[in-house]
Design a binder for this molecule. Sequence first.
Ligand code: UDX
Length: 445
Amino acid sequence: MTNREPQIVVIGTGYVGLTTAACLAHLGHDVVGVDVDEAKVWALRRGEVPIVEAGLVGMVSRGLESGRLRFETSYEHAAGDVVLLCLPTPTTAAGDLDLSYIESAARQLRDVLEPGAIVVTKSTVPVGTHRDLLRWLDRPDLAVASNPEFLREGTAVHDFCHPDRVVIGAADVGVAERVAGLYRSLSAPILITDLASAELVKVAANTFLAAKLSFVNEMSRVCEATGGDIDEVIAGIASDHRIGTAFMRPGPGWGGSCFPKDTRGMAALGRQHGLELPMVTATIASNDAHMDHIDLSIRTSLGRPLADATVAVWGATFKAGTDDCRDSPALAIVRRLAAAGARIRLFDPVARPSVAGVEHCGDAYDACDNADLLVIATEWPEFGEADMNKVARLLAAPTVFDTRGILDPAAVAAAGLILHRPGHGASWAGVSNRDAVGTGSGGPR
Ligand code: UDX
């Protein structure tokens, strides 16, 4: 290899690949993003970003203007020194990860890469994938590495530029150091490991985070049953520095494109190796139980058969800040209520998923028009700032179910609305129902 700056190729321009390509160009590297979707590549060349991701449009346009970032559809342009695979690895019906996109990319790279190039997996892959990758590449003059990403959707650009750590797995320290060179201008610690450990880190980290949330959601159910207040309980346990405050918000259950897939992937790994992994299986079962509990709690708060009811729902994406509805707990709520016969008036600031029986509304207030219940299903900040007096005037019945705990209980009570929130015992509303009813300026219709 010469001393020139390495040419970086990113295969796949989804939220991980596009963020990675644009941010590496921002760090001063020469980057080519390759995607087989021609329409997407043409749009990206014009600076059009097909996903909602804070700061990404600016990163892409600056990369294009500087000439350090370009997009191609053909593997002819993939002959880089370091090739990062950012391809989908969907879950199969059996719970394993489907590696066919990785395999197909590796077989095409085999024909174009120069000797000494490094092929790096960034996508979530099962431990041991590096051996398959070497087999598919079938070129002893190429090296492989694992560099898992930890980007959260919605804050992916920020996470790329300010990582807690960069993990690089390789069989040879020279290879690891060449990959580490991509991140040399970041101040993050770089952890160099063997290949199997690096492949495990991503799935282990996500399984741990999911377990944390399953635990918090279980505690919210304990609070409801015993009269405790989940906010007080979390404040009490999170102030122990060994536990910490991050990732402790109760909600409607965890979802998204990573946690369900990665927890199932870890459970499948246990089965393949004949290992009992009761923490992992309980983490998944606990989340399923929590989603059932939220569904039942919503029905109870409605107080009438769903088949006779109109329910306003705010939020469809799996969390705020993204347009992604994959494995969205918000959408699970919508689907369950609609399947039970409720008319759903849905508003989400960015997503309009198609679900039978669901009417998409122009704004959050429009969704409330004559509805018997308002459910807040995604924590978009604008929902927390909504005028609750206006909501109270629009709703046909004075009940709000805030699955994310983002509304101000005092403002809801002042509007004369009854508030239900996970993790709040007794009346399990932030204020008692008696206090809430009749104190509002507008009052329910
Ligand atoms: C996650 C990991 O955080 C990230 O490191 C990895 O690369 C991809 O998977 P993401 O799927 O974008 O990122 O979402 P994240 O913000 O982690 O949230 C996951 C789920 O947990 C969402 O359903 C979210 O609503 C829920 N959540 C998160 C809570 O219910 N409470 C919290 O306190 C935090």
